[in-house]
Design a protein. Sequence first.
Length: 138
Amino acid sequence: MGLITGDDDQTVLTDISGTEDFIGDMDFKLAGTTEGMTAIQMDIKIKGLSVEKIKETIQKAQIGRTHILNFMLETIAAPQASLSSYAPALLQFAVKPEQVREVIGPGGSVIQEIIRTTGVKIDIEDDGRGVITSKDQE
């Protein structure tokens, strides 16, 4: 959603192409499901908005979101049961904080060898939380 401000008026517009990012006074993103809103993000270049303008923006965003979700449901009734083998992969893991050094190895040798031989990216924090990402499921 966007907002264009004129001399005496403000117009809320629906724009999924991003034009309002450059010429508008507000960029408003509202995400959600058929059940309701799940996230809102707004950038604004003017000083404040009225409660009425915010309500109007949310109502118009609801109409747009519903339209898009209905189109998606007409196109595909449900998500696929499994991911494509070409879909990126992400795996979260945890090790005991005192074992992080063992996973990394001297000078990073252990983790670098895993990365080199598998092609994955591995990030591990000092507290043991880690993430492995890959360009595909394999």
